[in-house]
Design a binder for this molecule. Structure first.
Ligand SMILES: Nc1ncnc2c1ncn2[C@@H]1O[C@H](COP(=O)(O)OP(=O)(O)O)[C@@H](O)[C@H]1O
Ligand SMILES: [Mg+2]
Length: 281
């Protein structure tokens, strides 16, 4: 299955997921990308919510093209790349593209071909995924070197995060998973949420869950989002920006399994997609 080319240098791929929507994945993806860039990493941020992407709204820019133009209208992926703050590159998605609902295999193949031409420009690729555990979401998730699962105290978020981790573990035993507790009332609540998840994951999935840190429910985050600002830049001295820096450092410390570290992102997505459907084709 892994008969892909193994010669080029590939960036580390960090995938941010949750199962449930509205838990802060996009906000965290954007802030981590900015903070990693401030640590001198060359970052590509991909909006993998191909149908309902909103990174451009969160970051306050209007993209000229989106990934969907690369797939459907033959725009080179390099031209879709948009410069974000701190020198990060962003691949924006369109915010309402029904046409992309089909042809998932074609999408992945086209992205793989295009991406392999410029991926070596980056140290890390941050992938912000859509909600749910649909096959195309899993293809991205299972392609990661490191997976961040964002969980809030909402029971639906806990259940969906657990469901997502179960699917990840069924397909892949080695990829480290780091949990971030978001929208908690206090650091203590975040830690106890983590301990609860860790116990569940240990007991029922027999695997480890790393702790990424906590982010409190914060009016400043809401305010920044409303003004289309990124809190790490907008209010760098705020409690939330500090928490995001801790999460970024924990991400960098996370051990990485080198089992399939030589594949590029979209090759891994295809591999992930195959795993997600149990070796289809
Ligand atoms: N810790 C937090 N405190 C307050 N608001 C938050 C927090 N985290 C996220 N939000 C807000 O919740 C909303 C959903 O966040 P978003 O990142 O779009 O979620 P997702 O990508 O998981 O759907 C946004 O308005 C965001 O600003
Ligand atoms: Mg999102």
């Amino acid at each position: 299955m892994t008969n892909f080319s193994k010669d080029a240098a590939h960036p580390e791929i960090v995938v941010i997921t949750s199962g449930k929507g509205g838990v802060g994945k996009s906000m965290i993806s954007l802030n981590l990308s900015i903070l990693l860039a401030q640590m001198k990493k060359k970052i590509l941020l991909i909006d993998a919510d191909l149908h309902l992407g909103n990174l451009n709204f969160l970051a306050g820019f209007r993209p000229r093209y989106t990934i969907s133009d690369a797939i459907q209208n033959h725009v080179p992926l390099q031209e879709v790349l948009t410069k974000g703050p701190e020198g990060i590159d962003i691949l924006p998605a369109s915010s309402a593209d029904m046409a992309l609902l089909e042809n998932e295999n074609t999408i992945l193949r086209k992205l793989t071909d295009a991406f392999s031409r410029f991926e070596s420009n980056y140290d890390m690729v941050v992938v912000d995924t859509a909600a749910g555990i649909a096959r195309n979401v899993l293809a991205f998730v299972l392609g990661g070197d490191k997976i961040i699962v964002v969980v809030t105290p909402d029971p639906a978020s806990i259940a969906d995060a657990y469901g997502m981790m179960k699917v990840i573990r069924q397909a892949n035993e080695n990829t480290p998973i780091m949990m971030v507790a978001n929208m908690v009332a206090s650091h203590e609540e975040g830690e106890s949420l983590y301990n609860k998840m860790k116990l569940m994951v240990r007991r029922f999935l027999d695997c480890n869950l790393f702790f990424g840190g906590t982010l409190e429910s914060d009016e400043q985050i809401k305010g920044s989002t409303r003004r289309q600002k990124i809190i790490a830049l907008d209010q760098p001295r705020s409690t939330s920006a500090n928490s995001l820096r801790i999460i970024t450092r924990n991400l960098l410390k996370l051990p990485v399994s080198d089992a399939d570290g030589k594949l590029n992102l979209f090759e891994r997505m295809q591999y992930g997609r195959d795993l997600a459907v149990g070796g289809m084709e």
